[in-house]
Design a protein around this ligand. Structure first.
Ligand code: ACO
Length: 325
């Protein structure tokens, strides 16, 4: 059976580190509050790099680590809610900079589930025999759309990019997945609203603030714990794999309390969940691949291990994938 295997992982984040204490200088917050409520201690924030700079950094790493030429790339999919432009796509900008002249390149949007959705799309092209390989990247500069005067959101997010180079395989790879969307509650988490103003129409009043990330934290928390628990359960059941067989779970790095609840509800030991939100915060579509790359670079996973990737986010959306590494 043809499946899709992750051959290499990569990540590229801004150098600038902003700690909780740094944030306490600009909004009424504290290291104690942020750490206790979220598990986040610091995050990387752009000092000028845009999303494409981070995404291109990741793409270059992927080519190097996988030892493949840019010309051999068939497909580039980028996931982002903070691309440089509405058009061109981030994927086309990556294509140009790395010289992947033979690739088809496009973006998708599924907020923090973006990497899961992008990997799923790449998998379908590969399984169906259309393409043999793909570069899949999640990249964000959320600092562009965060309101730095709103303590309830600005402490949560960070900038960064991560990704994977995947190839057609006949043994290991993606073995089961579940994607889901619940558009009826889209308004519990929004950002980047562009008003419909034109020469024949007054700008809608009061919409400027809708550019910023706005979130009903409690509702998102409830949604996240429910959707992640259900989708992990569904994916393991469909695959006939028990939680004991998993080496690691790489969850979306939004909040360590969400992960604790998921761990308790599923009775999966907390230390099986790989987390690095303490150092990177919530980087939306980049969070799962940044964590996966760290796990991989530390040599904590070996070929043949079963790992589970799971994300949730705006839309609302979720995505869980079981992989034989
Ligand atoms: N520092 C200090 N106090 C704060 C801060 C802050 N940074 N932010 C909010 N507070 C205050 C509030 O004003 C409130 O004060 P009040 O009681 O006087 O009104 C109090 O803390 C409690 O606020 P809550 O919003 O009820 O705090 P809660 O315990 O729910 O934690 C949090 C908030 C961390 C946002 C939580 O709801 C959460 O994690 N939700 C999920 C969010 C999430 O995962 N988002 C990302 C997923 S989607 C994506 O990744 C794009």
């Amino acid at each position: 059976m043809i499946t899709t295997r992750i051959i290499a992982t990569g990540a590229c984040v801004p150098e600038q580190i902003i700690t909780n204490d740094d944030l306490a200088k600009i909004v009424d917050t504290s290291d104690e509050w942020i750490t206790q409520r979220t598990g986040i201690k610091e995050r990387r924030i752009s000092s000028g790099e845009n999303t494409s700079d981070l995404a291109i950094g990741t793409a270059r790493q992927l080519l190097e680590k996988a030892e493949v030429s840019a010309e051999s790339i068939d497909l580039i999919i980028a996931a982002s809610v903070t691309p440089d432009y509405t058009t061109p796509s981030l994927a086309c900008m990556i294509q140009k900079e790395i010289g992947a002249v033979n690739a088809v390149a496009f973006d998708i949007t599924a907020a923090c589930s973006g990497f899961m959705y992008a990997l799923s799309v790449a998998d379908k092209y590969i399984r169906s025999g259309v393409y043999d390989n793909a570069i899949v990247i999640g990249a964000e500069t959320l600092s562009k759309i965060v309101n730095w005067e709103d303590r309830s959101t600005c402490v949560l997010f960070g900038d960064g990019s991560g990704g994977a180079y995947v190839e057609k395989s006949e043994d290991c790879g993606i073995i089961q997945e579940e994607l889901g969307s619940k558009g009826e509650i889209y308004d519990i988490l929004t950002g980047g609203y562009t008003p419909c103003s034109n020469a024949f129409n007054d700008v809608e009043s009061g919409v400027d603030s809708m550019w910023y990330v706005s979130m009903n934290g409690r509702e998102v928390f409830r949604f996240a714990t429910k959707s992640v628990v259900t989708s992990i359960r569904n994916v393991l059941e469909k695959a006939g794999v028990s939680a004991d067989e998993l080496k690691y779970i790489v969850p979306h790095q939004a909040n360590s309390r969400i992960v604790e609840i998921v761990s308790n509800k599923l009775k999966i030991p907390f230390d099986k969940f790989y987390m690095n939100m303490d150092r990177f915060g919530n980087t939306s579509s980049a969070s799962v691949p940044i964590a996966l790359n760290e796990l991989n670079e530390k040599g904590l996973i070996e070929r043949g291990d079963k790992i589970l990737l799971t994300g949730f986010g705006g839309g609302m959306t979720w995505g869980t994938m079981l992989i034989t590494w």
